[in-house]
Design a protein around this ligand. Structure first.
Ligand SMILES: [Fe+2]
Ligand SMILES: [Fe+2]
Length: 245
């Protein structure tokens, strides 16, 4: 795709998003083929497909959910020991990368409008998933509010622990259904070539919103938060062997 037509697609998409329209841009029609072999090997990052893009975003979101999950027992035992600033950073990442970008710009603009037309069951999914995005935004507002003062007050500790429990369970189900039901159904609407074009378009939206690479930056942010909270070493999560029978 030429730089000009790519830019136009992006502008269309941003305009749709700004207007809150439920339409999707026309894709894959008479778009010029990318010229193969133009870039020398090593000059270009390996291609990330549209669904791989969405699923690796879920990876960052799941790591934020794991931060929430790990903090639950600490909130109950000793809320004063919880690093409110790190929790607040997690909620900020959830907002910018999870809600404003992944949910609003990709799923609600590109994925859900199409699957709504693919039968009652998928329409039902789109409705519930949209309502869950909205509930998630309320949760993020709440987390940002109770972490505002630098410490979690005793009065907020148990309500926040309960919010995290129910929110993590909701979002794990949410992302898992999207990965296994919604994204595969959405993908069936397109040829491989069209999916390539959409992948490029998603990347353009990402660059437009975050600068060079929103995913890499978000991954670095969640890694930093894990480091601060002591969750960085993956091996600590390997459980002991199960009881011998
Ligand atoms: Fe979603
Ligand atoms: Fe999602």
């Amino acid at each position: 795709m030429s730089e000009a037509s790519r830019r136009q697609l992006l502008l269309n998409s941003v305009a749709f998003a700004a207007a809150g329209a439920m339409s999707i841009p026309l894709l894959g029609e008479a778009l010029p083929q990318p010229s193969p072999g133009k870039e020398a090997p090593g000059e270009k990052e390996p291609e990330v497909t549209a669904t791989e893009d969405l699923m690796r975003e879920h990876g960052v979101i799941r790591r934020a959910l794991l931060v929430y999950y790990e903090v639950i027992p600490k909130l109950r035992q000793n809320p004063g020991s919880v690093d409110a600033a790190a929790l607040r950073e997690t909620a900020r990442l959830f907002r910018t990368f999870g809600e404003d970008y992944h949910e609003r710009m990709l799923e609600e603009q590109h994925i859900f409008p199409l699957i709504r037309k693919q039968g009652a069951e998928l329409k039902g999914y789109a409705d519930v998933l949209t309502a869950q995005h909205q509930r998630g935004r309320e949760v993020t507002d709440y987390v940002l509010a109770v972490t505002n003062g630098g410490k979690i007050s005793a009065a907020h500790a148990e309500p926040l622990a309960r919010v995290f429990e129910t929110f993590v369970l909701m979002y794990q189900n949410h992302a898992a259904r999207e990965d296994t039901i919604v994204f595969p159904a959405w993908k069936r609407n397109f040829t491989d070539k069209q999916l390539d074009e959409i992948g490029d378009q998603f990347e353009e939206i990402e660059h437009k919103m975050f600068g060079k690479d929103g995913f890499e930056d978000a991954e670095k942010k969640i890694s930093g938060i894990e480091q601060v909270l002591g969750f960085a070493d993956l091996a600590q999560f390997t459980p002991p062997p199960p009881p011998k029978l």
